[in-house]
Write a protein of this length. Structure first.
Length: 260
């Protein structure tokens, strides 16, 4: 099983160094998690591209550093703020295209807001992000994220209905668990829209976001569901360092999947 690794696993290591760590562990697929605006400038992106190409690594997806801003700046009520910030997503989509990545990952709006955001406005704004991605040949995808509107299966179904064939999803195992869902319930409903998967392990219900192979999550069941749905996307390990010996844990997880 050929699984990739996100550079976010090494945060707060600088992005270019994190990519080299992914390469040194023997992964040949990655997700680039940008961490600041200067990293979206062409010289930096080109250097990442060269590093990946020189080492036979395919960049699958891009995760914006501005995810924390999306609630207020992209999915907020203040039009001028949206107008000022939408350019960040144009830059992210262009960076993804330069890197050869097919996917841009969006968190979206928080579930609990001071001023409730109508679903219709959310879907309208998201579709504008999709159009920006299309101009660069990149799929802009909604990730299921705990504490965000996208944590709810019902919301994702409404979003799928509103956006139609242009709706694509990134499925994150740990985020489904944190939101209180059986990940397989979520996946069974959305499997035909999933184009990218973030993997981590868990010891239900005690802990999540463990390195794959350190818990009891049924990865074979997950792969079987998506194989049956004729899944064409990829899988990427995404865990948080938080005191882990990340290099050794990721090496362990790679062996775990290689032996599956």
């Amino acid at each position: 099983m050929n699984i990739g690794c996100s550079t976010s696993c090494f945060y707060p290591v600088e992005t270019e160094r994190a990519l080299k760590e992914v390469i040194n562990l023997g992964f040949d697929k990655t997700e680039i998690f940008f961490n600041t605006s200067s990293e979206l400038e062409e010289p930096f992106v080109n250097e990442l591209k060269k590093t990946a190409d020189d080492n036979g690594v395919r960049v699958l997806s891009v995760h914006p550093f501005s995810s924390a801003l999306e609630n207020m700046c992209i999915f907020g009520e203040y039009q001028r703020r949206y107008d000022d910030f939408i350019g960040i997503y144009q830059k992210h989509c262009h960076a993804a295209a330069v890197l050869g990545a097919d996917i841009l990952v969006i968190h979206g709006a928080l579930q609990n807001r001071k001023i409730p955001l109508p679903d219709e406005l959310y879907f309208e704004r998201f579709y504008k992000l999709i159009e920006i991605g299309k101009a660069e040949g990149v799929l802009v995808c909604q990730e299921n994220v705990n504490r965000f509107k996208s944590q709810h299966l019902d919301f994702m179904k409404r979003m799928r209905d509103a956006i139609g064939d242009d709706f694509n999803m990134v499925f994150d195992v740990k985020q489904a668990i944190r939101a209180g869902y059986d990940p397989f319930e979520f996946l069974n409903e959305m499997k035909n829209e999933v184009v990218h998967v973030h993997l981590s392990d868990s010891l239900l219900p005690d802990s999540d976001c463990l390195p794959p192979g350190r818990g009891n999550f049924d990865f074979k069941r997950l792969f079987a569901i998506l194989d049956k749905a004729d899944y064409k996307g990829d899988y990427v390990i995404e865990i948080y360092s938080r005191g882990l010996d990340v290099k050794n844990e990721l090496a362990f997880s790679k062996r775990f999947f290689d032996g599956m």
